[in-house]
Ligand binder design. Structure first.
Ligand SMILES: C[S@@+](CC[C@H](N)C(=O)[O-])C[C@H]1O[C@@H](n2cnc3c(N)ncnc32)[C@H](O)[C@@H]1O
Length: 247
C-alpha cells in the first residue's frame, strides 16, 4: 500500500467517524425526525422507503412525482445496485402504465419481483448499441421518455452515457441525473451527513458541457438553456432534472 492510499484511508475513517457522531447526536437531541407521509398509498410507500438514510433518500418522492407528471411510455434506469430508485420506478410505472427497463453491469435481478420489470445485466455503453434491437423484441419504440442516470459518477463515463443514450430521447423527454453534487461529505435535508467521495464534479461537468453553461451545484437552481428546463437540488449528493421543452 502506498503512503498516499494509507493517508486517504485514514482520512476516510476519520470522516466516517465524524458522520456517525454527528448523526448520533442529531437523533439524540432532536429525536429521529418523522418525514411527511402522503395519503396516496404508492407515494406513502416511497416516502417510507426514503426514511432510511441513504445517498438518494431525499430524492425518492421527487423521482416518483416526475414519473407521474411526465407519464412516460418508456422509462430507462441506468444503475440499480440495491434498488432504491427501482423501488420508486416500479410503483410509479404501475400507475402510469409505463414500461420499465433497468440496466446494471452487476447482477441485480433479485432487486424486484415485479413481473413487468425488465432487467439487463450489461455495461450501459455497450448495451446502448443493442437497445433498438432489444426494444423491438419487446414491441417498444426505441424512444425513451424518462432516462435516469445513476452509475459510475465519473466524468468520462457520464459523457459517454450522454452520447450513447441521448439520441434515443423522445421529443419531450425528461432526463434525471443523481450525484451531481458529489463530495466526500454530503448533507441530507434532515441535517444528517453521509460519506461520499470526490468525483471531481464528474456528472455536473458532463451536463455543463452538454448544455453549454456552468452551474453552481452546491445551490438550488432552475435554469432554461438550449431547449432544456433544468432543476437542481444540491442535497443528498445532488439531483438534476433536465426536461426538453423545444427551442
Ligand atoms: C450508485 S449505484 C445505483 C444506485 C441505485 N440507482 C439506487 O437508487 O439504489 C451505481 C450502480 O451503477 C452500476 N454501474 C456502474 N458503472 C456501470 C456501467 N458502466 N454500466 C452499467 N452499470 C454500471 C454499478 O454496478 C452500481 O450498481
Amino acid at each position: 500500500m502506498t503512503y498516499k492510499r494509507f493517508k486517504r484511508g485514514v482520512k476516510r475513517r476519520v470522516i466516517n467517524q465524524a458522520v456517525n457522531v454527528r448523526n448520533f447526536f442529531l437523533d439524540l437531541l432532536r429525536g429521529k425526525q418523522k418525514k411527511y407521509i402522503s395519503e396516496f398509498g404508492p407515494l406513502a410507500e416511497v416516502q417510507k422507503r426514503g426514511e432510511l438514510r441513504t445517498d438518494i433518500c431525499d430524492h425518492l418522492p421527487t423521482l416518483f412525482a416526475q414519473v407521474l407528471a411526465s407519464r412516460p411510455k418508456l422509462i430507462v434506469e441506468l444503475g440499480v445496485r440495491g434498488g432504491e430508485s427501482t423501488f420508486v420506478f416500479e410503483r410509479a410505472a404501475q400507475i402510469t402504465n409505463s414500461s420499465l427497463l433497468s440496466v446494471d453491469m452487476n447482477d441485480c435481478r433479485d432487486v424486484s419481483n415485479w413481473s413487468r420489470w425488465n432487467f439487463v445485466q450489461s455495461d450501459d455503453i455497450k448495451f446502448a448499441k443493442e437497445f433498438p434491437e432489444y426494444a423491438a423484441g419487446k414491441g417498444w419504440e426505441a424512444q425513451i421518455d424518462l432516462l435516469f442516470i445513476d452509475t459510475s459518477h465519473e466524468y468520462n463515463h457520464t459523457v459517454a452515457e450522454i452520447n450513447a443514450w441521448f439520441p434515443y430521447l423522445s421529443s419531450n423527454a425528461t432526463v434525471i441525473f443523481h450525484d451531481t453534487n458529489l463530495r466526500e461529505l454530503y448533507k441530507r435535508r434532515d441535517g444528517s451527513w453521509g460519506l461520499g467521495w470526490d468525483n471531481e464534479r464528474g456528472v455536473i461537468r458532463a451536463i455543463e458541457e452538454y448544455v453549454g453553461k456552468k452551474f453552481q451545484e452546491n445551490k438550488n437552481f432552475v435554469e432554461v438553456v438550449n431547449g432544456w428546463v433544468i432543476q437542481h437540488e444540491p442535497v443528498c449528493q445532488g439531483f438534476t432534472i433536465l426536461k426538453k421543452y423545444g427551442n
